[in-house]
Design a binder for this molecule. Structure first.
Ligand SMILES: O=C(O)CCC(=O)C(=O)O
Ligand SMILES: [Fe+2]
Length: 353
């Protein structure tokens, strides 16, 4: 299972500037991806502006503020697109007593600038901005992965981006973690905003708000290391860097050389019933559905032998055997949480993610 070495001075993930496309930047990404599986990307040179990201958060807030009865109209379906309510998903079914304390809205990939699902009226007037945000996410993921290709000394240039075709499981996900009302059954030591898991795709981009921390990553020693929204010394206090993590498929693709590190989201420990609400936006990047996950042509990958019993991926539906295609892996993982949700649906009307 993916976990990282914390070191003596606590966790200090590097902030990497990807505006230059060079072997040197590729090696910086490669080092962080093999040591931690997590790193920050400076927003400079990514195509994201502060206004663009703020606007996405505004759209997310507006949607989640709708009454539940209205959000029901866009309840998630078997394509993994749409809305799922509080406790509708459980990321670590073996350890959690209740589903995650969050609600989410999944937006599947756009086809020729058009969404592939019915959109809520609050988002309908903003399709172009949403499409531009999604396109920028995709471009940044392609660039990071091609830089990683340089770092990995992959023999074929653009190995990764050329395999990120459509259709795929690529998803923009709005997340809302409400603070907990007084009348809700909540145990601070047990209940969690998002259970321990690794991500299912190739890589993930995470956008966060400066005053809303909560993400933690698992260290080799089994302890949880908090990841600040804005790392020390970063030049902006209002526009955080993008947090990037390696997900299961990039780990499969490299025989586990790149780490798909386990992470979770907790309620702030020092505040009553969760403090302020947390909003985050995630982009889950996935290769094309039928892409096969055979090891990439790289000497570094060939030389890396996965220790016996090492498992890639953790959480509901994590495969114990190697997945064959990107879609097979995604379906395995969604299936595990889907079963839980059917059961919940019958009892409480919980959703699917
Ligand atoms: O909201 C966050 O900070 C992280 C969410 C996450 O890890 C996920 O949705 O996979
Ligand atoms: Fe995650």
């Amino acid at each position: 299972m993916g976990s990282i070495q914390e070191g003596n001075s606590g966790l200090r993930l590097p902030v990497i500037d990807i505006s230059e496309f060079s072997v040197e930047v590729g090696k910086q990404l490669f080092d962080a991806a093999t040591r931690y599986g997590f790193l920050y990307i400076d927003t400079k040179g990514t195509g994201f502006t502060e206004g663009m990201v703020d606007q996405e958060f505004e759209l997310s807030r507006e949607f989640f503020a709708l009454p539940e009865a209205q959000k029901e109209q866009w309840r998630i379906n078997e394509t993994n697109r749409g809305w799922t309510g509080m406790h509708g998903e459980i990321l670590d079914p073996n350890s959690q007593r209740k589903g995650d304390f969050k609600e989410a809205f999944n937006i599947g990939e756009f086809m020729n600038g058009k969404p592939s699902q019915p959109m809520p009226h609050t988002l309908e007037a903003h399709i172009d901005e949403l499409a531009q945000f999604e396109r920028t996410c995709k471009k940044v993921c392609d660039r990071i992965q091609d830089l990683l290709g340089l770092g990995l000394e992959v023999e074929e240039p653009n190995f990764f981006s050329s395999r990120h075709t459509q259709p795929s499981g690529c998803t923009v996900r709005f997340l809302h973690y409400p603070s907990v009302p007084e009348d809700v059954d909540y145990e601070p030591e047990v209940d969690i905003r998002a259970g321990a898991h690794s991500d299912y795709g190739s890589i993930t981009l995470l956008f966060q708000r400066p005053s809303q921390p909560g993400l933690e990553i698992l260290t080799v020693g089994g302890s949880w290391a908090p990841v600040p929204v804005i790392p020390e010394g970063y030049p902006s206090a209002t526009f955080p860097p993008i947090l990037v993590n390696i997900a299961d498929l990039l780990s499969y693709w490299t025989n586990g050389l790149l780490k798909s590190t386990v992470h979770r989201v907790i309620f702030p420990k020092d505040s009553r019933r969760g403090g302020e609400d947390r909003y985050s936006i995630v982009y889950f990047c996935h290769p094309g559905d039928d892409v096969e996950l055979v090891p990439v042509p790289s000497k570094l990958v060939a030389a890396h032998v996965l220790e016996d019993g090492t498992q890639i991926g953790y959480g509901g539906g994590a495969a114990t055997k190697r997945a064959i295609t990107a879609r097979e892996h995604l379906n395995n993982r969604l299936q595990a949480t889907y079963e839980f949700r059917i059961e919940k649906n019958n009892k409480t009307g919980g959703g699917k993610a």
